[in-house]
Design a protein around this ligand. Structure first.
Ligand code: SF4
Length: 340
């Protein structure tokens, strides 16, 4: 196996340290970042502003290791799902969701997950391993849609705050002018609420935050989201409320509506209480049922009733449209089938 350094996934600072270590001037680091992240080349020999000698030196020490998706499926609504096979029986999936005004890419941060949310297909795989920064960045670089992506969300497989170091580096590459240069306003990290790394994320990144609440009543939430036993959602909200939110940074709450589980008036009242005083948008999400599980989604009428009740209490609420229903839309379903 090659011991060469993969240039993908390196931050500008890491590239600077690397070029200095091989006796190249520091400005070369920015040029390398430009070739990799902006021009998206696949070989060092394509670095046209490097001399042949410098390219030879780079080729001795490093590579550009990209991984193409091994499979993709496309929905009738234009949503695409790409599957990347990382190692034997370890695959991840990425969803590309085109809309009239934006094109969103839903990234994965882990193979499987250990958060134990019972409604989630990714959890059925358990945590197999966390992704490297290179593997996260590769999900963007290796897609044909790379240049038309406008928004990024860490809402795919895995809990991003459970892979903090790799994810925070990926966020730096995604949002920096020397990287993909996507505004942090267009990037959202979604979490179930790992408080220690949530505090770090709020202070070390400018990207938006989404919190997966799904039930505001503690013992009920704990019955299907074990994270509640470690970090209660009310304590997570205290951390979020105590952070000084700049005007432009967005906070949203994700709420999958399950039939007879979290769709009652008492849940509306508890959610309003939990979010009291916050500038927040609530996203109501319809549930993509997964085989063999008892969780059921609600019908449109119930969804609209729940939305209207929250609106009457003064909350900003949207119903997130269901996308890709015909292509194993539940996150983790495609890769679980592949891994089997
Ligand atoms: S919903 Fe997210 S945090 Fe929960 S098990 Fe699935 S991937 Fe992990």
């Amino acid at each position: 196996m090659s011991n060469k350094i993969n240039l993908i996934g390196m931050t500008l600072q890491e590239l600077e340290e690397f070029v200095l270590s091989i006796k190249m001037p520091k400005f070369r680091a920015k040029q390398i970042a430009d070739w990799i992240y902006i021009k998206n080349v696949s070989a060092i020999d394509e670095f046209k502003n490097f001399s042949l000698k410098d390219r030879d030196i780079l080729n001795q020490h490093c590579i550009i290791k990209k991984l193409a998706p091994s499979k993709f499926v496309e929905s009738t609504d234009g949503t695409k799902k790409y599957l990347f096979v990382l190692d034997l029986w370890k695959s991840i999936e990425v969803a590309y969701i085109p809309e009239s005004k934006r094109n969103t890419l839903c990234l994965s941060s882990q193979v499987g997950c250990r958060m134990g949310c019972q409604f989630c297909m990714t959890d059925k795989q358990s945590l197999q391993r966390s992704l490297t920064t290179a593997e996260i960045i590769n999900q963007i670089l290796s897609l044909p849609e790379k240049n038309v992506i406008t928004n990024l969300v860490f809402m795919g497989m895995g809990e991003p705050l459970d892979n903090y170091d790799a994810v925070i580096k990926a966020l730096e590459i995604i949002t920096s002018p020397w990287g993909f240069n996507i505004s942090p306003h267009k990037v959202t990290l979604s979490t179930v609420g790992l408080i220690p790394n949530l505090k770090r994320f709020l202070n070390e990144s400018s990207c938006n935050l989404a919190l997966s609440v799904h039930n505001p009543i503690s013992d009920e939430r704990a019955s299907f989201m074990p994270i509640e036993r470690g970090y209660k959602v009310k304590d997570v909200m205290e951390v979020i409320k105590n952070y000084e939110w700049p005007n432009w940074r967005k906070f949203s709450v994700e709420y999958i509506l399950f039939k007879d589980l979290n769709d009652d008036r008492k849940h509306i009242n508890a959610l309003v209480k939990l979010l009291h005083g916050m500038r927040v948008k609530v996203n109501l999400i319809s549930y993509h049922e997964i085989p063999g599980e008892s969780f059921k989604g609600v019908d449109d009428q119930k969804m609209e009733w729940f939305r209207d009740q929250l609106k009457l209490k003064g909350l900003q609420v949207t119903i997130r449209k269901s996308r890709g229903q015909d292509i194993d839309a539940a996150c983790g379903l495609l890769s679980t089938k592949e891994n089997k």
